[in-house]
Design a protein around this ligand. Sequence first.
Ligand code: ATP
Length: 281
Amino acid sequence: SSIITPSLISKTDLTLKDVIGRGHYGVVLKSTWKHRDGIEIECAVKVLTQSPEKLVQEIVHMQKLSHENIVQLYGVCLEEPVLMVLELCDGGSLAARLKDHSKPTPLVTTLLKYAIQIAEGMRYLETQGYVHRDLAARNVLLTKDEQTAKIADFGLTRHLEPDQSLYEMSQNAQLPFSWCPPESLRYKKFSSQSDVWAFGVTIWEMFQYEKEDPWMNLSSRMVLEKIEAGERLSKPLYCPQEIYKIMLECWDFVPQARPNFTILTNKLKGFEFDVFDLDKK
Ligand code: ATP
């Protein structure tokens, strides 16, 4: 797929339509963007009502990213209020899809396909030196045909300098603590290895079909205590043993002992056939 360079978009080229989502900091509207030569492109427009700092962070990082499994930033509109024009992912969030009982339950093969796609997007981020810090099923969006999963929400993302492998959080911001490894909870240290831990929790959410939140009803302190005592989230009922084994590798106490996203992608791809057999039974 081609690399897209985000552009400066004029508000007059945008037609905002229905609200398709709400976040903590603003709303997302289904829209059309009148592109060059009068071509109309369907898109999602994010309007930020609060916390401009988070939006700026998100724009700064997203404008440099272009990958099949990352929600593409088409451009920004810098007149107030600032708008982000994004690739439309009409299938909604993966978390919402797993909870939606009006549609058929995704097969194990479909979940594996999404897991591979998320790992590919994360591998791209890892090789580009980005730490996402908020990977979770709620931040993975699906295309309308539900064939492709794309990583979204880069509001907490940080870029690491070439000689840097860790980001240390300074302010006391809110953490998605049930997705965080011990070094993030205890020392506020984030790295690609902490994203790997969150990836393990994300695939746990998927195979759990969002029936339960990870570490439900526990405080961040209680989660840390359990993890430090060696406890881990238990195997979801319909999760193949091989995939649970990968989750446990992602949840190694020692960050350097966890597989990176290249290893994870390759391991998951190796399962494709075995798990397909499992669905047929
Ligand atoms: P936060 O509140 O931390 O910013 P969030 O993901 O809830 O996180 P938004 O990124 O503003 O907030 O998105 C809100 C909702 O809008 C999402 O849950 C999703 O349903 C929808 N949404 C966001 N981006 C897109 C997109 N590109 N295409 C389709 N729907 C989207």
